[in-house]
Design a binder for this molecule. Structure first.
Ligand SMILES: [Zn+2]
Length: 414
């Protein structure tokens, strides 16, 4: 899978947000998930089947809307082939208020492959398979162990897979008659050490098979003090050794220990996702308080710095929704550009009259602020990062700094 840019991810997220807000008046919104390996002819025959089943719907209006939506999808399908990751159609009579509906279609090409074909008809769109894709497909190495058994696995996105299972020949604590206690203890320690070494080798092999760019780190689970003993013994390959993220108490060391380990590490994993964003925000705050002049905030200042190519990193709040409108006078040459926040479904008209001649004003252009700023960054080769509001600095970005700040390459005085 090609790595999605921060901006593509933002666009995808925004599309889902808009779909989430759409409601049908009855059970009449259709979500159709088509995996990449599905034949279009199969989809068409399945839709024909749904179409005829829809004739049983009691409400005449709902029936008309459902059949209309199916027709609409079928007419689009006929000309298309399925893209690399599959395709999703969201079609239906969406409630637009004032007792009206509007037949709408949104087509989404997902960032990751669609696994299952689904036809879903409900009063809202079915989004969870796409929402799951927003959670990034990072990979973590999993290891659960005690002195008898160990299981090695990987967590990719939300999927857990076991790769290797090892069992030990470490003798129990009970020694056989005739063996000296000292000798027995020595043999036991050697056997434990050998087992740890086998575990380290097997796990390193699995973890190194992952593209290290996507490999976030290793989680170790098991009873104490076994896992601590293993960890302190440097049994991993040195590249993997550096990536141990934490040790967690886990009761099972067979395959069922892997999901237990992921659960135990849950909070820590979320923290890691936020860590990168947190560091970026801290960098901004450091520049801000140091008075180096290398921090700026507010849309206008950021815009000016972007134009002269002075922005090193642009940080935009994931929850910023703003449009920039060009307002012109209908009779003289007066013009102004202003940005304002908006909510999905907002419409607006200019307030007030022309300050120069008093005539009517009209909006002649409307652009999405986030899109525009990210495009400027693309052109200038500037790094842009979207910051969630799930942590303190991230929420400050939106609330105290208007959702847009930048770390500058040099002091521009702006
Ligand atoms: Zn005017």
């Amino acid at each position: 899978m090609a790595e999605q840019s921060s901006h593509q991810k933002y666009e995808f997220k925004k599309k889902l947000e808009s779909l989430r807000g759409k409601k049908g008046r009855g059970t009449e919104l259709i979500s159709l998930y088509i995996p990449p390996d599905k034949q279009i002819s199969d989809v068409v025959s399945q839709l024909r089947n749904e179409h005829s089943q829809a004739s049983n719907i009691k409400s005449k209006l709902t029936k008309t809307n459902v059949q209309g939506a199916i027709d609409s999808i079928m007419s689009r399908l006929r000309y298309g082939t399925v893209p690399e990751n599959g395709i999703v159609y969201f079609t239906g009579a969406v409630d637009v208020g004032a007792n009206k509906t509007n037949m709408e279609t949104t087509i989404v090409e997902p960032p990751q492959p669609i696994i299952t074909y689904r036809y879903h008809c409900d009063s809202s769109f079915f989004l969870s398979p796409l929402e799951d894709m927003l959670k990034e497909a990072k990979t973590y190495g999993l290891l659960v162990l005690d002195r008898r058994e160990a299981t090695v696995g990987l967590l990719t996105g939300k999927q857990i897979e076991a790769f290797r299972k090892l069992t030990s020949t470490v003798p129990g604590k009970q020694r056989k008659g005739g063996q000296s206690a000292h000798r027995f203890q020595q043999l036991r320690l050697i056997a434990i050490h050998d087992f740890y070494k086998r575990i380290g080798d097997a796990a390193s092999e699995v973890f190194l098979s992952v593209d290290q760019k996507d490999f976030e780190g290793v989680l170790i689970g098991g009873p104490s003090p076994t896992k601590e003993e293993f960890e302190s013994g440097n049994f991993f390959h040195h590249e993997i050794e550096k990536k141990v993220l934490g040790l967690f108490d886990v009761a099972y060391t067979d395959e069922s220990g892997l999901p237990e380990l992921v659960n135990a590490a849950g909070e820590r994993l979320e923290d890691l996702d936020l860590m990168v964003e947190k560091k970026l925000m801290q960098q901004f705050f450091r520049e801000l308080v140091s008075d180096s002049g290398k921090a700026t905030y507010g849309e206008d200042n950021v815009r000016e710095n972007l134009i002269i190519g002075a922005v090193d990193i642009l940080l935009i709040s994931e929850d910023l929704r703003a449009v920039r409108e060009t307002v012109k006078c209908t009779s003289c040459d007066y013009e102004r550009k202003t940005s304002r926040e908006f909510k999905p479904g907002d419409s607006s008209s200019p307030t007030g009259n022309c300050p120069k001649c008093g005539s009517y004003l009209e909006i002649t252009e409307k652009v999405d602020v986030v899109d525009q700023l990210s495009e400027m960054c693309d052109q200038m080769g500037t790094r842009v990062e979207f910051i969630s509001t799930d942590f303190e600095e991230g929420s400050q970005l939106l609330k105290a700094f208007g959702g847009v700040v930048a770390v500058l390459r040099f002091n521009t005085g702006i």
